[in-house]
Write a protein that binds this ligand. Structure first.
Ligand code: 3UK
Length: 513
């Protein structure tokens, strides 16, 4: 049987090829060369063995983006143990759910995040040990001390290319998160396709990702991709505010900056950063998580002279499968299939739809997860043989480019015609008074569905006759039946940790929790 452990390719290969002394990660406090990361990850593998964790068992990580993250993540994979990085912004209840669902044997937690889980860790039958990264052990074990006790030699476990290497929980827009099992070969699959062929990542690149490592997007951006070529990553453990991002861009001068639409828009709008530059070495930016409005892409390019590549990825498919590329950008679209991925657009009955018609996006991917843990019905619905359903509605134009039209579950019909909330929201935010918008169906007095909008206004915007002006604006832009019949001005919109609008929380008659 041939064997393949992702760590051999991702990490050990860099040392074998002579990059042992090269800087792999810096987190603004500590630095880690490829050689040091190799040694530390071997210590982490030995630590897991000493703690009695066996191959295939899970260990959870609630860790900030510091150099400890790759040490623990890669150490576990080296030992054939399955790391489960968790969102660092969850509540105690949500941690209790995922820790128990995954049956994690060990929890690695950053000191600053320990207080959130302190009342949970004593109540989980499968959790045997807590290891704290930082200076205060809270009565548990300290990561640095435990690693120091271990040997830095370890025979990497001979795993199979198709056995689970790590899990990522997909938050979805409703319900409890689902554990997506990703296999060893999936990391390399995202590097060989998107990173190599779209980003054209090279050894001398320096990467900065606003998305954290526990997200599939951040994991690829700041770990898989740079390590695939022996490049360097700048890790940021703090909240990615515009001011902090500008400071990191100027201090580290990265060549690739991976962001998200809300952040790019906030950086462009930040009064205090009006005179900031994006760094002299920056060659490309990427955007994912939600669609990048055309206006944001154009404004960014005009101000900083660097393009933003919008691309869509998902936790289930690990990284981006449809994207613009440096030589082929059309703002407002998600571009074309990434080489190595195939896509289809299908109608409700499963038939392929022609150009210009909206269909659900299915993807054939070398990096698809192999299923959701303990969720057979949901696994069957999403992972259908070679094809993975995304739940996204898209339209393909005659040039073969794809444009996002919203989530399948958010679409609704008005007078028998499909309305995409996303399209109405996109129209609303082109009005100068509107910063953000969310659109949901609401029943009129006859019981028929019509669009209702929740809008966040820009500071200091003119509000005389605003409602009529917004309705007229939408009618002009996208068609008379799509305009919002009701408009509510709100301070903020409900969003997931990944910045996606939770329309279900705004829909009439649905649980508003
Ligand atoms: C939406 C987009 C329009 C879309 C992700 C890059 O976002 C990521 O993963 P998630 O599991 O969410 C997946 C869903 O998010 N989406 C993401 N990107 C775009 N919609 N345009 C986009 N560019 O609904 C998708 O199904 O949180 C992003 C890489 C890895 C990822 N996991």
């Amino acid at each position: 049987m041939s064997t393949y452990n992702a760590v051999t390719w991702l990490l050990d290969r860099n040392v074998d090829e002579g990059r042992g002394a090269k800087l792999a990660f810096t987190d603004t406090v500590s630095e880690l060369t490829y050689g040091e990361l190799q040694r530390q990850s071997r210590r982490a593998a030995n630590l897991l063995r000493r703690l009695g964790v066996r191959r295939e068992e899970r260990v959870a990580m609630i860790m900030l983006d510091t150099v400890d993250f790759p040490i623990v993540f890669l150490g576990a994979i080296r030992a054939g143990v399955v790391p489960v990085p968790l969102n660092t912004l969850l509540t105690a209840d949500q941690y209790a759910y995922v820790l128990s669902d995954s049956r994690a044997r060990v929890l690695f937690v950053s000191e600053a995040l320990y207080p959130v889980v302190k009342d949970v860790v004593g109540h989980l039958p499968d959790l045997e040990c807590v290891v704290v990264a930082g200076k205060n052990a809270f009565g548990h074990k300290l990561l640095a001390e435990e690693l120091a006790k271990e040997s830095d030699s370890f025979a990497t476990v001979e795993t199979h290319a198709e056995e689970p290497a790590f899990w990522l929980y997909s938050s979805g827009s409703t319900g409890m998160p689902k554990g997506v099992r990703h296999v060893h070969s999936n990391l390399q699959a995202t590097a060989d396709t998107y990173a190599k062929q779209v980003l054209g990542i090279k050894e001398n690149d320096v990467c900065l990702s606003a998305a954290k490592l526990f997200f599939a997007y951040g994991l690829g951006n700041a770990l898989t991709f740079p390590m695939s070529v022996g490049a360097t990553t700048v890790l940021n453990s703090e909240r990615p505010t515009p001011a902090l991002m500008f400071a990191l861009l100027s201090k580290y001068n990265p060549t690739i900056f991976y962001g998200a639409p809300t952040l790019f828009a906030a950086m462009l709008n930040d009064e205090a950063s009006k005179n900031e530059r994006a760094g002299t070495r920056l060659r490309i930016c990427t955007s994912a998580g939600e669609a990048l409005p055309e206006s944001v892409g154009l404004a960014w390019k005009a101000r900083f002279g660097v393009d933003i590549l919008d691309g869509i990825g998902s936790t289930e498919l690990l990284h981006i499968f449809l994207s613009n590329s440096p030589s082929d950008i059309k703002y407002g679209t998600s571009g074309r299939p990434v080489p190595g991925y195939k896509v289809r657009l299908v109608s409700d009955d499963g038939a392929d739809v022609p150009d210009g018609e909206i269909g659900e996006l299915l993807v054939e991917a070398p990096s698809a997860g192999e299923g959701y843990w303990n969720q057979r019905a949901k696994s069957r619905h999403t992972f259908q043989g070679h094809w993975t359903r995304t739940g996204d509605k898209y339209v393909r134009d005659a040039d073969g480019r794809y444009t996002f039209c919203g989530r399948a579950d958010d679409m609704f019909k008005v007078s028998g015609i499909w309305v995409s909330p996303f399209e109405v929201e996109s129209a609303l935010i082109t009005h100068p008074a509107v910063l953000e918008a969310a659109v949901v169906p609401e029943a009129d007095p006859e019981g028929l569905l019509k669009p209702k909008a929740y809008v966040v206004l820009r500071a200091g915007s003119q509000t005389d006759n605003l409602y009529e002006a917004l309705k007229e604006h939408v009618k002009q832009k996208i068609g008379p039946w799509k305009y919002p019949r009701w408009i509510d001005v709100v301070d903020s919109l409900p969003k997931t940790a990944t910045g996606k609008i939770q329309r279900y929380k705004l829909r009439e008659g649905e649980a508003k929790h």
